[in-house]
Design a protein around this ligand. Structure first.
Ligand code: GLN
Length: 487
């Protein structure tokens, strides 16, 4: 049977578009038809609008035929996580608070992609305000894992990972504060990159924890992730934390030659709390990479055990401050029938936010309060320094660090909703990377007995996305990479 257009990778489609073998309109229709076919089961999208997407596709086709469209993503449909602002298109953060919020400006990444002629395929589901690891915290619906519809896709960018995995988007954008790109990528068997802090503009990303948040790409192969990262990375004067430096094309410089590359294996990421099958799959992968010329050494990251506590203190502290803006006055939801201003604030925030968001605002407010600041927030910031130091010490002797992405494969929907600590444990392998501001990619590296994907995380030095993607590419060639879910 003929392969459908939505099944191709972005880098292949890019060539087909340029050679005029296909049009962006055909491709966009194929992707949206696929969404129509499976999204009532998967629930990845919060919004699709065929008319809007086709208009962008027609534009792309014009750009391509005029020869003006140099960017490689011209004409490619991209799914966007719903916390990335899109002019004229609702951006809900999967919250009741922003149910009807329509931004009047684009995030910088959206400006870049639309200038490149890319097509927005729709807005993707997520945990409310990116807080969660399963998309069960979405106000609207829970996204399902395309490999097993009774399991979660991971989170918070679960919609992005699931859409890419089952062909409802060719590639997608997510955001990662403590693992929200890598963990869902791992659970849905796709590739997800959390870029170095500062390399992708956060302008227009609705803030959760500003010092940790990064936008990043999802794809079904390493090349697609490199292509999308090429398009979105770069300095932006609208983001004060954006790094002003030279960015080179990751796609053009992708190389599978890993001879001499030094891989560090931290024992702290392979022990307690990590399912033995997951650890085994990662170690198998590393052995294969060793055969291809890499060398392996053990490294030590002794503060790893404290990382989750430090992360949840820092992230909640920043969230409590960032979410203060949702007060019923400036944006979105406002409660009815209020008795004065204070009552309006209280009712609006009680009704507009979900349980997890409220829990984090309370936690964050508590750790920042005068009596507890030193005991919690200050300690967490000290730990952050220590974790950063341990990584930079490790990177003196190795080029990359390899760990599992998630301690287990996808879990059942409903299993962890009433136990926030069990949910938080899903991030045990990923939060350190945000705390240290490093880049890391998750690639599929094996499957459970019931066919659910496992992920391997490759962590790099600051701004060394190239090396981790090269290793990811070598791994993909050795292991075959993405497997399509039967859906
Ligand atoms: N799951 C983590 C949390 O709930 C990470 C979220 C994220 O990266 N946005 O905070």
């Amino acid at each position: 049977m003929d392969k459908k257009l939505y099944e191709y990778n972005a880098y292949e489609l890019s060539e087909m578009l340029r050679a005029k073998k296909i049009s962006s309109v055909e491709l966009t229709n194929s992707v949206l038809d696929r969404a129509e076919e499976v999204d009532d089961k998967v629930d990845a999208y919060l919004l699709t609008d065929r008319q809007m997407s086709l208009k962008m596709a027609e534009n792309a086709d014009k750009l391509i035929s005029s020869g003006e469209a140099k960017p490689r993503l011209a004409g490619i449909p991209i799914g966007i996580k719903d916390n990335i602002s899109t002019t004229g298109i609702t951006t809900t953060c999967a919250s009741r608070m922003l149910e009807n919020y329509v931004p009047v400006f684009n995030a910088t990444v959206i400006d870049r992609l639309t200038a490149a002629g890319s097509v927005i395929s729709g807005k993707l589901n997520m945990d409310e305000f990116a807080m969660g690891s399963s998309t069960e915290n979405s106000y609207f619906k829970t996204t399902k894992n395309p490999f097993d519809l009774s399991c979660v896709p991971g989170g918070s960018s679960g919609g992005s990972a699931a859409a890419v995995s089952c062909g409802e988007a060719v590639i997608a954008l997510g955001s990662d504060t403590g693992g929200s790109i890598r963990q869902p990528a791992s659970l849905c068997g796709v590739v997800g990159l959390k870029p170095t802090y500062g390399s992708v503009s956060r302008y227009g990303l609705v803030a959760f924890a500003s010092s940790l948040d990064q936008i990043g790409p999802f794809g079904r192969c390493v090349k697609d992730v490199a292509l999308l990262q090429d398009e979105i990375q770069g300095h932006d004067k609208m983001d004060a934390t954006s790094a002003d430096r030279k960015y080179t094309s990751l796609y053009d410089n992708l190389s599978e030659d890993i001879s001499g590359l030094k891989i560090g294996m931290p024992a702290e990421y392979f022990g307690e709390g990590i399912k033995p099958e997951v650890a085994e799959a990662v170690m198998n992968s590393v052995r294969e990479l060793e055969k291809r010329g890499a060398t392996v050494a053990s490294v030590s990251l002794p503060s790893t055990g404290y990382a989750l506590s430090a992360y949840y203190i820092i992230a909640c502290a920043e969230a409590s401050s960032n979410l203060a803006r949702f007060d019923g006055v400036k944006y979105g939801y406002r409660a009815k029938d209020c008795d004065g201003l204070t009552d309006m604030y209280e009712k609006t925030r009680s009704e507009g936010f979900g349980r997890e968001v409220k829990r984090r605002i309370m936690l964050g407010t508590f750790v920042l309060s005068s009596g507890y600041f030193d005991a919690y927030y200050k300690k967490a910031k000290l730990l952050q320094k220590r974790i950063q130091q341990e990584f930079s010490d490790a990177f003196k002797s190795v080029d990359v660090i390899v760990t599992p992405t998630s301690p287990s494969e996808a879990f059942k929907i409903g299993d962890r909703v009433s136990d926030p600590l069990a949910m938080y444990a899903a991030d045990i392998c990923t939060v350190t990377v945000n705390i240290a501001g490093l880049p890391a990619v998750s690639v599929p590296c094996g499957y459970s007995a019931s066919g659910l994907p496992f992920g391997m995380q490759i962590i790099g030095r600051k701004f060394d996305e190239q090396t981790i993607l090269n290793l990811a590419q070598a791994h993909e060639s050795a292991f075959g990479g993405f497997r399509r879910p039967k859906l």
